[in-house]
Ligand binder design. Structure first.
Ligand code: ZN
Length: 277
């Protein structure tokens, strides 16, 4: 069935990609942004943040394509943009994409591009769970978690005059290092405190948008119930604290809010219809 759907959607694959309006990886821009590592994060302006995110997103899209299903992509975008509209950065060029990959994962790049894998979507039962996960990723963008991590990495990797060398060194090792830098943050993961903050504030965003606040906790419970040996979880478990630890942290700090907003919308039927389970 899935392969049939895939074939049916194939004709639309190009338009799904086009929705993203991603330019080719522009290493000069990545270098220009990295050149500013000496500056504090607040001095990286929003256009630079967005440009860097587009470059990193292009790179990550090379590893797994978008699911060739425009209806699914539109649905996840509409949920994501509704959530983003509740935040203090509603005007970023927010875009949300489902990657065609069986692994369980989701991630955000600077400037407002967020990906979730088909493997994670398949583990969810309702829209409140999707909102919980997207809310978590939206917080990474709002709080510039990845932007700060990439800057920190650049300070180490490109010390001294390596930056100016990299700028002139077309096709050289220093340039390769720069390209790898952004992607590396995604295989290494963020600090645990960033992840737990994204859990807490993501729940606030989902609740503010009208969803049952237990969406994210219930996804974490589903992941906790999966075998730790399951290879589709490997990267998620490597880059995030264990689900049990995240659940404990949430109940410690967020229990009153969770209980206050537990009765809001779950939208199970709409979710299952849209993702064609
Ligand atoms: Zn995260």
């Amino acid at each position: 069935m899935r392969s049939l759907l895939f074939l049916a959607g194939l004709a639309f694959a190009a338009s799904a990609q086009a929705q993203f309006r991603l330019p080719n990886l522009d290493i000069n821009r990545l270098v220009d942004t990295a050149k500013n590592v000496g500056k504090a994060v607040k001095e990286i302006d929003e256009p630079e943040e967005i440009a860097m995110g587009r470059d990193v997103a292009s790179r990550l899209l090379g590893a797994a394509p978008l699911v060739a299903d425009p209806q699914l992509q539109r649905y996840v975008n509409s949920v994501g943009r509704w959530l983003a509209a509740q935040t203090e950065r509603p005007d970023l060029p927010w875009q949300f994409g489902v990657l065609d990959h069986p692994n369980v994962n989701a991630f955000a790049v600077p400037g407002g591009t967020i990906f979730i894998t088909r493997g994670l979507l398949d583990r969810m039962r309702n829209e409140a769970e999707l909102a919980g996960v997207l809310g978590h990723e939206i917080v990474h963008v709002l709080r510039k978690h990845h932007l700060k991590a990439i800057q920190k990495g650049a300070q180490t990797a490109l010390a001294g005059d390596a930056l100016s060398t990299a700028l002139k060194d077309r096709g050289g090792a220093a340039r390769d290092k720069l390209i790898a830098l952004g992607a590396e943050v995604y295989s290494r993961g963020l600090d645990k405190s960033d992840e737990l903050e994204a859990d807490r504030l993501g729940i606030v965003i989902a609740a503010r948008a009208g969803y049952d606040a237990y969406g994210l906790p219930s996804v974490l419970q589903a992941l906790q119930a999966m075998s730790a040996q399951d290879s589709t979880l490997a990267l998620m478990f490597k880059t995030h604290p264990a689900p049990g630890e995240r659940l404990d942290a949430l109940s410690e700090k967020m229990q009153p809010l969770l209980d206050a907003y537990a009765g809001q919308a779950q939208l199970g039927d709409r979710f299952l219809r849209q993702i064609k389970k």
